[in-house]
Design a protein around this ligand. Structure first.
Ligand SMILES: CCCCCCCCCCCCC[C@H](O)CC(=O)SCCNC(=O)CCNC(=O)[C@H](O)C(C)(C)COP(=O)(O)OP(=O)(O)OC[C@H]1O[C@@H](n2cnc3c(N)ncnc32)[C@H](O)[C@@H]1OP(=O)(O)O
Length: 733
């Protein structure tokens, strides 16, 4: 319901209020903030009715539109998109506001995003609070601004600036919005009062020059070159996402067509995106990122019943690459940090490196330096009085165990002990301490101060309080934290294993690293599996495989291709034996111009090596098509994802999808591996896995997991209903 306050010095304030029928408002209202949606039929109806009244009543001279409780508008309720839309449509409403004969001023507090900013752009003036954020983030939801945003913004701020904002979806501060010309005034005071004052000051003045829809769109002199350049750049960075490209087409229409035709084109383009699978994927992902904070464990611990303990002081043990990045993240978030490195030389180097990282970041963000928050020490004893420790030494169980034993004796009672490990057993570490309930894993991704993902790993003995504290800590340092169970590789790295394995097998059967990488990059990964392997170092996996006893010759002295009855590819081991560790040695699956080089070039040596390898093992190379490469790599990974859900290691498909998008470069516009499986069709994924498993019975990773079978047998329920099957093992839905 909308209500207008009575004339306020002949200016109406059009309050856009809480509405019980508007889901978004209710949902956000519960979270303590206020929001309304122009997509919400009743709110739109309210605006239309109030505008009609305001224009009719002679004593009303101007109108101010504002949100309730300090929030202007976050845009359309995307949950409403699936349902049948009712109420007055948004675009005619926006046209009616722009055409009004009395000045309409938007008082922007909090956020004006998407449809919210489009509404503000239809007003004749915009006054923003200094803390407000504005933007057209539709592209991040697989859409384009569909209520005139692509036609009005370039008319207001010019084509290059509008293109940048619309194709990236970037939010701008009020100060930047003023500089760009999006708003007319910024205030530190009450923005509604300022807008009312402003409205009164322009009463009676001509509005001819204030209706953005009537402006000619500024035409860059080198129009074609501008659009060509932007399109090229957008296509390159979009990696197959269609929304950014469509946004450029819509802005192009603003320059080349009259306003009304441009609006038609905008609507046409919006409609194609609206029904696209990519929009579905991106909107699913938007909610998935929020859903992961509502964690639960198989033992019944939950986000809403587990209270985190406050952490003020934290220690980081081990200042290699990971420890440095973690220290930077903690210091930037305002934690008091004790950074410990027992090797003096390393400690000095780390101190310099961390300071440099903090300085560069402070400069980039224009923020104060966080140096003072870090104290360095070469003794573990410095961690005696901290609330939480993050151990970040080498991935070596014996070393980590020794450190946990010492920490357990040194730290004050109640200190949480966390390990930054990518695969090791949290329970084994916990068993070294006096209080195993205080132990959790915190798996950061490199570079730790940049990557947004954090896997919070709970062991069977971790207390709900420890999980809640690590999750909250992750949030405070700006990470998206996902709670996962304890198993080899947790979620991310566990799923990576069958994916990598398939890539190796494909090489044995006739593919090349270039071919496999190209297929994966065309799918949308920033880098194919072999390029990533060269980047992270082939020796990392080699070390693990050696420790697992996999790197052994067979009875004929050749490297074994069967281990424990399963197919095994020793290709990676053989490359390492040649000293080819990837980028760092200048040779790996590709060649580089020098050790540390970044540009991967095809290597004839590698091709000869593969041929010789196949000949040695009696393998006949065959032609492998793109579909097989993609299906074998991705479906093996997805199959492991189902196994992880079945084992209760991840609580739901959203957890896996967020981990894969944020940590492993899975293209966001494909939603994540589990969403992708849902889009492809679970029955189809099952069918293909069955086929590949028939052909490769010695590859257990291709044997369809029973949860996948069950979901397919249950009629392939949509992804939001999978939890019902996972949580109730006997449910048929
Ligand atoms: C077939 C042919 C059809 C043709 C149809 C033609 C129709 C033409 C008309 C088209 C009109 C288009 C209009 C417009 O261009 C489209 C849009 O506006 S799309 C939306 C753009 N807005 C956004 O992307 C903003 C997204 N949200 C945020 O950035 C943030 O949530 C926030 C608003 C800044 C608030 O942040 P926080 O305070 O941190 O809170 P949370 O993020 O945790 O959110 C709280 C809660 O709210 C849910 N929520 C947030 N935004 C939306 C939304 N846009 N829709 C639905 N729900 C939303 C969020 O999920 C949280 O809930 P939870 O998930 O935790 O339950």
């Amino acid at each position: 319901m909308c209500r207008a306050s009575l004339p306020f010095s002949a200016t109406w304030k059009l309050y856009l209020e809480r509405n019980s029928r508007c889901n978004v408002f209710r949902r956000i209202g519960t979270a303590g903030s206020t929001w309304w949606s122009p997509q919400c039929a009743a709110v739109r109806q309210g605006i239309v009715d109030m505008m009609h009244r305001a224009l009719r009543e002679p004593e009303v001279k101007s109108v101010v539109i504002c949100g309730q409780d300090g929030k202007f508008c976050g845009g359309a309720d995307i949950r409403e998109f699936g349902a049948k839309m009712s109420g007055p449509p948004l675009v005619p409403m926006i046209h009616m506001i722009e055409a009004a004969a009395k000045p309409v001023v938007a008082a922007i507090e909090g956020v004006a995003l998407g449809g919210g900013l489009e509404l503000a752009l239809s007003c004749h003036y915009r006054i923003a609070h200094s803390k407000a954020r504005l933007g057209l983030p539709e592209v991040t939801l697989g859409l384009l601004p569909g209520a005139g945003g692509t036609q009005r913004l370039p008319r207001l701020i010019g084509v290059p600036a509008a293109l940048e904002l619309i194709t990236t979806g970037r939010h701008v501060t009020a100060a930047e919005a003023l500089q760009l010309g999006i708003v007319d005034e910024v205030t530190d005071q009450n923005a509604v009062d300022a807008a009312v004052k402003f409205a009164q000051s322009v009463e009676g003045k001509s509005l001819d020059a204030r209706r953005i829809g009537t402006f000619p769109c500024p035409r860059p002199p080198d129009l074609d070159a501008v659009f060509e350049k932007v399109m090229k750049e957008v296509r390159r960075s979009a990696r197959g996402a269609i929304a950014p490209v469509t946004c450029v087409q819509a802005v192009h229409a603003a320059v080349t067509l009259p306003y009304a035709k441009g609006m038609e084109r905008e609507r046409e383009l919006f409609s194609t995106l609206f029904t696209s699978g990519q929009a579905r994927a991106l909107q699913y992902y938007f909610f998935a990122q929020r859903a992961v904070s509502r964690w639960s464990t198989p033992s019944g611990a939950r986000w809403d019943t587990s209270k985190p303990r406050p952490v003020r002081k934290a220690a980081v043990i081990g200042l290699g690459t990971m420890g440095r990045g973690i220290s930077v993240s903690l210091a930037q978030a305002g934690f008091s940090v004790v950074a410990v490195e027992t090797q003096e030389k390393q400690l000095l180097e780390a101190k310099q490196a961390v300071s440099g990282m903090l300085e560069r970041d402070a400069k980039r963000r224009g923020a104060p330096l966080a140096h003072g928050n870090i104290k360095y020490s070469c003794s573990l004893k410095a961690a005696a009085d901290v609330d939480l420790v993050i151990e970040a030494v080498f991935e070596d169980m014996a070393l980590k165990k020794a450190i946990f034993r010492q920490l357990s004796a040194i730290c004050k009672p109640g200190t949480f002990l966390c390990s930054n490990t990518s695969a090791l057993d949290i329970d084994e570490l916990a068993s070294q301490t006096q209080s195993p309930e205080l132990v959790v894993g915190m798996h950061f991704f490199a570079p730790a101060h940049v990557m947004k993902l954090l896997e919070v790993v709970y062991g069977p003995r971790s207390s709900p309080e420890a999980v809640a504290t690590a999750m909250q800590m992750g949030k405070k340092i700006g990470k998206v934290s996902v709670a996962v169970g304890n198993c080899r590789g947790f979620v991310g790295n566990r799923m990576l294993k069958p994916y990598l394995e398939q890539a190796f097998f494909l090489l044995e059967e006739g593919a090349t690293p270039e071919q496999v990488d190209q297929v994966l990059e065309e799918f949308g990964f920033p880098m194919g599996v072999f390029k990533v392997s060269d980047l992270s170092g082939l020796d990392v996996g080699w070390k693990v495989r050696k420790a697992d006893g996999l790197v052994v010759p067979d009875s004929t002295g050749k490297s074994a291709r069967i281990q424990g009855g399963r197919r095994y590819s020793p290709l990676g081991d053989l490359l390492c034996e040649q000293g080819r560790f990837g980028q760092k040695t200048g040779r790996g699956w590709y060649q580089y111009d020098k050790p540390g080089g970044r540009v991967a070039k095809s290597d004839p040596w590698l091709h000869r090596f593969l041929e010789e390898y196949r000949a040695r093992h009696g393998l006949v190379a065959r032609r492998i098509d793109q579909q097989e490469v993609l299906e074998r790599c991705l479906y093996a990974l997805i199959n492991e994802g189902f196994q992880i859900l079945q084992d209760g290691i991840a609580a739901g498909p959203e957890d896996i999808d967020v981990i894969y998008v944020l940590g492993y470069g899975w293209p966001r516009h494909r939603g994540g591996p589990m969403f992708f499986a849902d889009m492809v069709g679970l029955d189809k994924v099952l069918d293909r896995l069955e086929r590949y498993h028939q052909l490769h019975p010695d590859v257990p990773g291709l044997k369809p997991c029973s949860l996948l079978r069950k979901l397919a047998a249950g009629g392939c329920p949509p992804i939001h209903r999978w939890r019902e099957v996972i949580q109730k093992p006997h449910s048929q839905l």
